[in-house]
Design a protein around this ligand. Sequence first.
Ligand code: PEP
Ligand code: MN
Length: 349
Amino acid sequence: MMILLMKPEATVAEIGAVLKRCRERELKAVPSHGPGRNSVGIIQADQTTDLSDLATLPGVDEITPVSTAFNLVGREFQPEPTIIPVGEAQIGSGEFVVMAGPCSVETPEQIESCAEAVAAGGARILRGGAYKPRSSPYSFQGLGEEGLRIMAKAGRNHGLPIVTEVMHPDLVETVAGYADILQIGARNVQNYALLEAVGQTRRPVFLKRGMMTTIKELLLAAEYILAGGNRQVMLCERGIRTFETATRNTLDIAAVPVIKSMSHLPVIIDPSHAAGYREFVPALAMSALAAGADGIMVEMHPVPEEAYSDGRQSLDFPQFADMMAQLRNVARALGRPMAPARDPEQQMA
Ligand code: PEP
Ligand code: MN
């Protein structure tokens, strides 16, 4: 990709003229609006491409090549952080955003009680799976569209946007009909047909790192989505597979500063799938905040022992409320904004 840097004083009309010329030449161009300067990324161009006609257009300052494989997700193209507004949350803005809910949507009562506890605790977004990627074909596979329906209703009842997983390109439209954020699970991070399908939507995407995916591969997976035209992507570190067996996965906390140095996309930590055991979840959540993550996604359940999936790593409601109170204390110490608890009793906790 080549970056066409506009002069600081370049006008909207001049940027428009650049984009128009690119269209005429059938060059795929993506604008980036920085606070200081605007630029236009010309995908699939390199130093051998003749861009002299563009270089001489009014408002154009210089043309430079991107030196990494990360065209649109990289900091070279966009130095400023991407901020994704979802409901009242501004993901990537500096605010620490908590997304919480059960692993699986099970019953209307279960998801409704989770939504109530999520909202009371001050989390911003309700999570829950309706289509579940299970390691065994004999495990609970999720409620499907009925799960989406009851989860969306629970979210509405408590003013919470919802994030839920989509596993198949054919289901993207259905899931996008209910979900505020489309989750792509660890097992599908390199499902390129699915990445292209969510790239065609205008829903924010929550992309989870696979248990065997390098940071570079994760960023290139996100690049597929941005190349499709959807720039609202957040990246989630959820633990990778190592020789350690005391936890379900090994949380790669270094992924937070590393990804942030390379990319402008928000970074979220999932302490639940990393830990695998609920007693370790709050410590990992705290480390996410301290390391500079933009938020966490955490599993909780009214009766974790009876959960259809991932009960062992799910917090019960009092544990969730305690963790939220601890996170607010750490956020305050770090000067990171975080939503207050809605329930005054939990605010005191
Ligand atoms: C989940 O969020 O419930 C899930 C299936 O996570 P992962 O894709 O990280 O295993
Ligand atoms: Mn789970």
